[in-house]
Design a protein around this ligand. Structure first.
Ligand SMILES: Nc1ncnc2c1ncn2[C@@H]1O[C@H](COP(=O)(O)OP(=O)(O)OP(=O)(O)O)[C@@H](O)[C@H]1O
Length: 326
């Protein structure tokens, strides 16, 4: 398979799917990702994100269809695929008893980088992720965030065309997540890297050029974040009340509006929030303590397509034992 030249998608799938027995973990999927794009795959636990990314990295054989990465077929040319990609997965594979520099040198040897080039490249990637000064420290002395940054540096050492990140910041605090993301952005901008990531975090998803929302093995929406939000189209109304259950019932009966409980709030979508809200205060009903009207957020988009809140997915992801913070 040829590289296809400028403008050709750098990741392309046709009918790509994976089953376990009768269970379709990833249903046949077509995807095209352009060179230089930052692409995010979002979905609740078990949606099929890891299965998808592992197939694209040539580490799991598809049951159906084809996938090409940097012009190479993932089944027929796995070695060429791996030369062209960087991987940062949930499970850390750093050697904790080696220094950062030694970890990177080992990786450079594996990829056959010439010594001088490797030296320059190690310096460059460590500088980008802010670890050059700590290059001589053994990795077990690093914090969770520093280890993650080092893994990103390692994933980029051999100048891949596509960086695959499977939940790169899971278990990290918001500031560290932000820092990791800034490093990815810098490399994306300076090296024209294509980034394919899975995430549970809405703020990370907002940074993507395009997002695919995956649910039960299928891509149910795919567009830039702004377009996804505009497509949901309606205003979100959040109401605080002393009796949320009663308010959900009242909205259904009196206004035929389907509302959900999100935490202590009742949340629903209407075409014109400002016009609708005064009607809530007419007639008998539970006491209303607060009301807010907002344009749709990415979480609203997620709920619209999957019926679940991404915030809940974030929380359950946070509850998992973080593989980074050892
Ligand atoms: N080796 C396997 N054998 C059987 N079922 C599997 C296997 N690997 C994954 N699955 C199932 O496939 C589905 C998709 O799993 P996958 O790990 O891709 O989801 P995910 O979206 O990455 O979830 P998470 O966000 O929790 O990592 C799940 O129902 C999972 O149980």
């Amino acid at each position: 398979m040829s590289d296809g030249g400028a403008g050709a998608p750098v990741v392309s799938t046709r009918g790509l799917g994976r089953s376990y027995g009768d269970f379709e973990a990833v249903r046949p999927t077509d995807l095209d990702i352009a060179a230089g794009e930052v692409f995010g795959l979002l979905g609740p636990n078990g949606a099929g994100k890891s299965t998808m990314i592992t197939m694209l990295c040539s580490m799991l054989a598809p049951s159906t269809g084809t996938a090409a990465v940097a012009g190479h077929d993932v089944v027929r040319s796995p070695h060429l695929v791996r030369r062209n990609i960087g991987l940062v997965f949930q499970e850390s594979t750093l050697d904790l008893y080696l220094t950062a520099e030694q970890n990177l040198r080992f990786h450079a040897d594996l990829y056959g980088l010439a010594r001088t080039h490797a030296r320059e490249r190690i310096r460059r990637v460590l500088e980008v992720v802010g670890l050059w000064d700590r290059r001589g420290s053994r990795v077990f002395t690093y914090s969770g965030g520093m280890r993650r940054r080092l893994e990103i540096a390692r994933g980029l050492l051999h100048s891949p065309r596509v960086l695959f990140l499977d939940e790169p910041t899971i278990g990290l605090d918001p500031q560290t997540r932000q820092a990791v993301w800034e490093h990815v952005r810098t490399l994306h901008e300076e090296e024209g890297l294509t980034v394919f990531m899975t995430t549970h975090y809405l703020d990370e998803a907002e940074n993507c050029d395009r997002i695919a929302i995956m649910d039960a093995g299928a891509v149910v929406a795919l567009a830039p974040p702004g377009e996804l939000k505009a497509a949901v189209g309606r205003d979100m109304v959040r109401v605080g009340t002393d009796d949320p259950g009663a308010l959900v019932g009242l909205l259904e009966e009196r206004f035929s509006v389907k509302a959900e409980l999100r935490g202590a709030e009742v949340v629903f979508a209407v075409a014109d929030g400002a016009a609708f809200v005064p009607r809530l205060f007419t007639g008998p009903g539970p006491v209303i303590t607060s009301v807010s009207v907002t344009r749709p957020s990415l979480d609203d988009v997620f709920i619209h397509h999957t019926g679940a809140s991404l915030r809940d997915a974030e929380e359950s992801a946070q509850g998992r034992p973080p593989s980074l913070v050892r």
